[in-house]
Design a binder for this molecule. Sequence first.
Ligand code: ATP
Ligand code: MG
Ligand code: FE
Length: 337
Amino acid sequence: NLILAIETSCDETSAAVIKDGKEICSNIVASQIKSHMRFGGVVPEIASRHHVEQITQCIEEAMKEANVTYEGLSGVAVTEGPGLVGALLIGVNAAKAIAFAHQLPLIPVNHMAGHIYANRLIEPLTFPLLALVVSGGHTELVYMEKDGDYQIIGETRDDASGEAYDKVGRVLGLTYPGGKRIDEMAKMGSDTFHFPRGMIKENNYDFSFSGLKSAFINTVHNAEQKGETLNQFDLAASFQASVIDVLVSKTLKAIREYPVKQLVLAGGVAANHGLRAELTNRMNQEFPSIRLSIPPLSLCGDNAAMIGAAAYVEFNSGNFSGYDLNAKPGLSFEMMK
Ligand code: ATP
Ligand code: MG
Ligand code: FE
C-alpha cells in the first residue's frame, strides 16, 4: 500500500508518500513561517497564496523522492480539516485533481488524527491508548480503544497550549511563533514566579490556560509600570513549568483511571523539550510498564507524512470520498462518529 498524502491546513505546504501506513518514503515540508512573521501570526490570505505556489512542486518532489509513479499509488489522502478554509481548499483540490486524473481513491483525513498517527511512523500503536494532543489550535486528551476511534475525554476550555505559548511570546517581544523560543529560554531560568496551574485540582480532564496567560501579562505589565525589569528566562521558565505541570498531571490522572496500554504525545507542542522530559520522567517513575511514544521533532509540527499514516486507517475501513469533497475548517473528532 502506497499513499500520497497532502497537508495544507495552516502554514506548511506538505506532500508525502507513505508505505503501509508506517514507512516514510518521502516527506516534503515547505514552511511559510517567514512570510507570516512580520504580521505576528498566520495571515489566511497569504497562506492560501503560498500553498498555491508551492503545492505542485511539493507533490512532484514527494513522488520523485519516493521513486513511485501515480499508477503505483493505492490512494491520495488529504487533510479536509480542521484548519483555515482557504488553505485547506488548495490541498483538497490538488488531491481531487490527482485522484480524478489517475482514478485513485480519495481519502479525507482529520488533521488532528494525523498528529496522533505521526507516532505510528516511529513504532506500532497498542490499544487502548491515550493521546495527549497539544498544538497551536488544540489541547485535548483522546482515548482510543482501536484504530480510528477517538474519544475526547478532556480538552481546553479556552486557549490551546501552543496558542498560550505564542501569546506569551508576543508579550516578551519574540517573533511569531514564540513557542520554540520560550522553550529555549525556559532552560536558562527557573520557576520563581509560581504562576497558577489552571484546573489542576478539578476532577476532570479539561484544561484552561487563560488564567495563566493573564497572570503572566499582569506580572509583566505591573513590572513595566513600576519601571522594574524582570528576568525573562525566569518568566519563560515559570510559564513553561505551569503548562507542563497541568498537562502532565491531567495526563497521569487519565492513565490512572483508564486501562491505557500506550501513551502518545502529539502536535506542535510535543516538540517542547521540557514537556518531553517531564512526561518521560513521570512515566518512568509511575507507569514503567506503559509505553510512551514521542515523535521526533520533525514529525511534531505539521507535515503530510502524519496525514498518510492516518489515511492508511481510513483506507482499510474504506472511508473514501467523492469528488464533492469540501474543506471542513471546523472538523472535530465528534463529527467523525
Ligand atoms: P492544529 O494542529 O491545532 O490545527 P497548528 O497545526 O497550527 O494547529 P501545530 O503546527 O501542530 O499547530 O503546532 C504549532 C504550535 O506549536 C505553535 O503554537 C508553536 O508555538 C508550538 N510549538 C512549536 N515548538 C514548540 C516548543 N518547542 N515549545 C512549545 N511550543 C512549541
Ligand atoms: Mg504551522
Ligand atoms: Fe497541526
